[in-house]
Design a protein around this ligand. Sequence first.
Ligand SMILES: Cc1cc2nc3c(=O)[nH]c(=O)nc-3n(C[C@H](O)[C@H](O)[C@H](O)COP(=O)(O)O)c2cc1C
Length: 362
Amino acid sequence: MTSLKTPICKRLGIEVPIFGFSHSVAVTAALTNAGGFGVFGAAREAPEEVAESLAQVRELVGDKPFGVDIMLPKGMPSKSLDELQADLPEDHVAFVDGLKRKYKVPPAENQGFFNSQVRSPEFFQGQLDAVLEADVNMLAFGVGFTADAVKRANAKNMITAALIGQPKHVQAAMDAGVEVIVAQGGEAGGHTGEISTLTLVPQSVEMSGGRPVLAAGGIGHGSQIAASLAMGAEGVWLGTKWLTTIEHQLEQGKIDKLLESGSADTVVTRASSGKPQRQIKSHWSQEWSAPNAPAPLKMPYQHALVGDLIISVEENDITPLLTEPAGQSVAWCREVSSVADVVNELVAETQVALKRLSDLTG
Ligand SMILES: Cc1cc2nc3c(=O)[nH]c(=O)nc-3n(C[C@H](O)[C@H](O)[C@H](O)COP(=O)(O)O)c2cc1C
């Protein structure tokens, strides 16, 4: 592989400035082993599972560096799933029951994050404690961060990163002591804001006081990596691109949808988690934006409302309702290939784009 080193590569001991978020242990490890930096998304794991997953990544990567990503959103109530469900408005429950009847969705048989866990301050604290006990090199905050968590991570020799979606959040992250800013534009898959990557990245670089900025959101081709570097980012942070890798082993129904989707086939909806999330368009997003649909509830109530339905849709492969968080970058999910092949292709494309730029000035 040709080298593409930026200062953050030297700081972290990686070969290429490609960071990747994934809920898959195998993808996280494969990216780190391919010379990039894998970041394991632990937000959907119970605290006791977090330690196990991180130990598995460490086993697969040896001494090479990798990270973990958790969410610390503010304002979540200290309530159990049963308590949240007891508070759900009748209209919303009736609407979801109607969807179950319309699409013939049986009750879920298995337990997963969406029907057995609930986002609460206690849940987040448990995840944070588990992460801080683990052998991991970076702690990234997906939604929300605290100066205390940053301090505790630093005390364990972890570097910290925060995903931000607005320029004003750069200062907040710096005030909390966060070292790496991940400027995530609205094109991104998952929870996302409204400002585009092209607009957010240079502003973040300007405001970051020399701290490294990684560009995220909508990136699926090396020319965008070159553009990100041209804007002053020290690297890129991709999520969607790994969903169709061999290592990820996503359900076939989801892979099919991702492979056939283009940039116009994603939508931002609060229907899955209660916070705006970009995902593949489906009957799920359509039903929730229909004129008769109630407005989705706030996090974590929406999750308590739809969790069982989400699990059962996946279990029973109810294709029309099947969706997955994905960014406009899904246009570059064109085939199933290995993480290493994706990295090599991205690096080669970046080199071509950088040469094109240097020819202009040469
Ligand atoms: C399936 C999926 C789940 C995601 N979940 C999280 C998450 O739990 N925490 C987080 O910080 N970011 C999450 N993200 C966002 C990624 O970290 C990343 O910023 C984003 O995917 C970049 O844009 P892209 O999807 O166009 O590559 C998720 C993205 C995807 C595609």
